[in-house]
Ligand binder design. Structure first.
Ligand code: AMP
Length: 228
């Protein structure tokens, strides 16, 4: 491990479908990821519940002696909805609290195949890193090429000038759990948008590229003062 790289991890947050998908390879990959995390003594942080791929990854890690933390909002907590959970369970008020708790409990993020919920969680971690809110690695487990169209879309966004090349590099891709975890451990976060703009301002000696180190772009107190 180089001094700047991310790993080894104590915990990894897995985002994945609340469904199992139509192909057995999705379920098999979830079981394999749970096994890899347990074998590496990496704690699994996930959305709680036993439904879909979430259930497969958590039961696999737990059955192999791995540590598991499920973070579930009260609305999804009933067994009829979530199907119950293995390991430690943290019950939170809502989805916002859940995402924040999952993000702060993990050293890295992995998205497995899933639907809107999974994509939203994945993209949020990418955008937070793009801005410079965190430097934790973010990867996709590209089971059977499931994420290929999304990755192609990211490339198209780069071509069209909406995603910076450095930001595109935030997304780490692996075809198997071990390949992905090894890549994530070597990952070094790129210069964030905030760092880039600050550097640009310094180089140009301009006063109007970035008003503040972060508050000018990210809202917060200064912005509400201006609006009021
Ligand atoms: P999706 O990728 O659309 O299946 O959504 C996955 C996200 O929705 C994850 O954050 C899950 O935790 C959450 N989710 C959806 N349905 C349930 C459920 N029945 N129990 C627990 N979490 C769920």
């Amino acid at each position: 491990m180089s001094p700047q790289s991310s790993g080894p991890f104590a915990s990894v947050c897995v985002y994945c479908g609340s469904s199992t998908g139509t192909k057995p390879e999705f379920l098999n990959a979830a079981v394999a990821l749970g096994a890899s995390l347990a074998a590496r003594s990496i704690r699994l942080v996930y959305g709680g519940g036993s439904v879909g791929l979430m259930g497969a990854v958590s039961t696999s890690a737990h059955a192999r002696g791995g540590s598991v933390l499920g973070v579930i909002p009260t609305a999804l907590e009933p067994v009829e909805v979530s199907g119950g959970s293995v390991g430690e369970v943290m019950v939170v008020r809502d989805m916002h609290e859940r995402k924040a708790a999952m993000a702060s409990a993990a050293d890295a993020f992995v998205a497995m195949p899933g639907g809107f919920g999974t994509l939203e969680e994945l993209l949020e971690m990418i955008t937070w890193q793009q801005l410079g809110y965190h430097k934790k690695p973010v990867g996709v487990l590209n089971v059977g090429g499931y994420f290929d169209p999304l990755l192609e879309f990211f490339d198209r966004s780069v071509e069209c000038g909406f995603i910076r090349k450095e930001a595109r590099a935030i997304v780490v891709v692996g075809a198997t759990p071990d390949e992905l975890l090894e890549k994530l451990e070597k990952y070094v976060a790129p210069t964030s948008l905030i760092e880039s703009l600050a550097k640009e301002k310094k180089e140009r000696g301009s006063e109007n590229v970035l008003e503040h180190d972060d508050g000018g772009l990210l809202g917060g107190e200064k912005r509400s003062e201006e609006e009021s």
